[in-house]
Design a protein around this ligand. Structure first.
Ligand SMILES: NC(=O)C1=CN([C@@H]2O[C@H](COP(=O)(O)OP(=O)(O)OC[C@H]3O[C@@H](n4cnc5c(N)ncnc54)[C@H](O)[C@@H]3O)[C@@H](O)[C@H]2O)C=CC1
Ligand SMILES: Cc1ncc(C(=O)O)c(C(=O)O)c1O
Length: 309
């Protein structure tokens, strides 16, 4: 039974995840090595809580979970049934966290990584009792998106996978079992195939960024929220898919490196919302409102898809 969870890393993903878990009656203790991350967390938790209210998820009636912030790693993981590692996507940084918690947790504490796509087999080489390590890949924003990928590494015990899958289901979320530990798992393999193609199209001058966003959001994206890609094959007809694939597959972007446009923007310090400029510009005073607007629309769409409105 999972009642107490430690979250390690309170950057983009940690606070929303903590807020959502607390709504499921879990007592969360969240730790970050950086004082700024701890200082930023209360506002992020409050923002996530107001979205969760709009989604009518949990609350005291669900069993009264809580979130406590700490600057002490031992305090964070002490007594935890599950530790969710949520630090940057870098094997060395993640391995250092596993080394640091190894002596602080019991042998059967489950350790999950929210890695976007590092194979779990590579991560579990850095912890004792690797059978208790599993991939638990949330999607951003984690308090709104209900799907979570569950990935077993080569050494993960089937019982660990079952506990995490049932736990996610018990929270009212949607666990998706990834049967092989492939890089990027499934969600990011699909997303990165799409991102590679759209960046290539923009770089080659085929389309402007604004138009590609309209095309994908109002074309494929809107439709995919209702009809998944495998069902879409049936909707279009497998004969159509076959005919189009015959000439299109060989023309799709298949570059192995990252498109130069991305490197140029990173070199210029334009990383996206976090630096006020990326593909688009984000005036400082408009960012909070943009995020509220996006959350509000995602909530409205989710309520409709769930048949609640
Ligand atoms: N950003 C996204 O859209 C998504 C990210 N992920 C994955 O989740 C993980 C975390 O990603 P983000 O939250 O975006 O990263 P982030 O860079 O926003 O936050 C990471 C946090 O970890 C902290 N940290 C670094 N070393 C630490 C240590 N030794 N102990 C404790 N805290 C430490 C940093 O201070 C920072 O606050 C990554 O593996 C990422 O690939 C998964 C799903 C979506
Ligand atoms: C660009 C990008 N990369 C990774 C992820 C992830 O799921 O790990 C996301 C996301 O939306 O969650 C993402 O947008």
């Amino acid at each position: 039974m999972i009642r107490r969870i430690a979250i390690i890393g309170l950057g983009t993903m940690g606070p929303g995840m903590a807020a959502r878990l607390a709504r499921g009656g879990i007592d969360v203790v969240a730790y970050d090595v950086a004082a700024e991350a701890i200082a930023r967390a209360p506002a992020m938790l409050a923002a996530a809580d107001s979205v969760l209210d709009a989604l009518a998820i949990g609350g005291p009636a669900a069993g009264g979970g809580s979130v406590r912030l700490t600057t002490d790693l031992a305090d964070a993981v002490s007594g935890a049934d599950l530790v969710i590692e949520n630090v940057p996507e870098n094997i060395a940084i993640k391995a250092e966290v596993y080394r640091a918690i190894d002596g602080l947790i019991s042998a059967d504490t489950i350790v999950a990584s929210d890695t976007s796509g590092i194979p779990i087999t590579k991560l579990q080489a850095h912890i004792s009792n690797p059978g208790r390590m599993v991939g638990m890949h949330w999607s951003n924003p984690p308090h709104i998106i209900p799907m979570i990928e569950v990935i077993a590494g080569e050494a993960t015990a089937p019982a660990t996978v079952a506990v995490i899958r049932d736990f996610i289901r018990g929270l009212g979320l949607l666990p998706v079992l990834v049967k092989k530990d492939v890089p990027g798992f499934v969600e990011n393999r699909v997303l990165y195939a799409l991102l590679r193609e759209v960046v290539d199209l923009v770089e080659r001058g085929v389309i402007e960024p604004e138009d590609v966003d309209t095309c994908v959001s109002w074309g494929i994206g809107y439709k995919l929220a209702v009809v998944g890609p495998m069902a879409l094959l049936d909707m279009a007809g497998l004969d159509i898919y076959n005919s189009v694939s015959t000439f299109l597959n060989e023309d799709l972007c298949d570059r192995k490196d990252v498109a130069p446009m991305i490197g140029r923007k990173i070199e210029a310090g334009t990383l996206g919302i976090k630096s006020g400029q990326g593909v688009y510009s984000y005036p400082r005073d408009g960012i909070a409102q943009l995020q509220r607007d996006r959350a509000q629309k995602l909530v409205a769409i989710r309520r409709i898809l769930e048949g609640r409105d």
